[in-house]
Design a binder for this molecule. Structure first.
Ligand SMILES: [Zn+2]
Ligand SMILES: [Zn+2]
Length: 271
């Protein structure tokens, strides 16, 4: 989770009484729960997406609809006890940092720690004023904050947003890294940014590393043009939901055909 290089840079910061920000865009403890015997994975019964393990409440949660259930120590399908928790969220990262550096002080900011009592601003002020060694957080820590004593930023899994099935994935990855990197060394002292990735050849990562907005734009806009993605087209998603699958099929198909007939110059897909 923490590369040797990042560990030694954190070490340097601890010695020099400087602060560090670690960015990971996944909250919770483990992001993927699987049975090693039958391959069962814990998914939300409403959304069919992977449930995330939250250690403190000992619950599995859906980050999409909020569904939660007790954590598993036995497979619901084959009753095997061989359940494995994969993937790293901010809770596990915080654990790992505390284990790796004795006496280190950390503070975590994600949807789970931000409450009415413990607001956004309060967490950030605590980090700044109490000189806490490491701030660990998701997306919400990367924007616009000014921390004079932060000289190191670690982007833990820069790829996590790269492989999602969305035409904006590359742009978002680029943007996030550039913004996260912008948190380091905003005063006279030079900042260091460590980007951990499995895709060092991706242009999103390369140009983010160089902070090269123009080159990123030129590459991205060329690809969008070839694939006819926005801004070269408009995408509209119309989703139907209901309890009777045949009814849904029927009515969505009626709408699909009438749209197709009406807008003949447009391309339509029906899933
Ligand atoms: Zn199983
Ligand atoms: Zn759900």
């Amino acid at each position: 989770m923490l590369s040797e290089r990042l560990k030694s840079e954190i070490d340097n910061n601890l010695k020099n009484k400087k602060q560090t920000i670690l960015f990971l865009n996944r909250r919770g403890y483990s992001t993927f729960i699987m049975c090693r015997d039958c391959g069962y994975t814990a998914k939300c019964k409403n959304c069919n997406i992977s449930l995330t393990y939250h250690k403190f409440e000992n619950k599995l949660k859906c980050h999409y609809c909020g569904f939660e259930m007790n954590s598993l120590n036995e497979c619901p399908e084959c009753k095997s006890k061989n359940i494995k928790y994969f993937g790293t969220g901010t809770q596990k990262l915080e654990d790992e940092v505390k284990k790796s550096f004795e006496g280190i002080s950390t503070i975590r900011m994600d949807i789970d720690t931000v409450t009415k009592k413990n607001s956004h601003e309060e967490i950030l002020n605590k980090f700044k004023n109490n000189n806490i060694d490491v701030l660990i957080g998701t997306q919400m820590i990367v924007k616009g904050h000014h921390f004079p004593n932060v000289t190191l930023v670690g982007v833990i899994a820069a790829d996590s947003s790269l492989n999602i099935d969305d035409y904006r994935a590359t742009e978002r990855t680029f943007q996030t890294i550039v913004q996260a990197a912008g948190r380091a060394g905003r005063e006279k002292e030079k900042g260091r940014v460590i980007i951990q990735t499995y895709n060092p050849d991706s242009y999103a990562i390369i140009y983010a590393k160089e902070q090269n907005y123009d080159s990123f734009y030129n590459t991205e806009i060329g690809i969008r043009n070839v694939l006819k993605y926005p801004p070269f087209c408009d995408i509209i998603l119309i989703r139907f939901s209901g309890s009777d699958i045949n009814e849904i099929r029927k009515s969505s198909n009626i709408l699909y055909r009438s749209l197709k007939k009406h807008f003949t110059t447009r391309k339509w897909n029906y899933f």
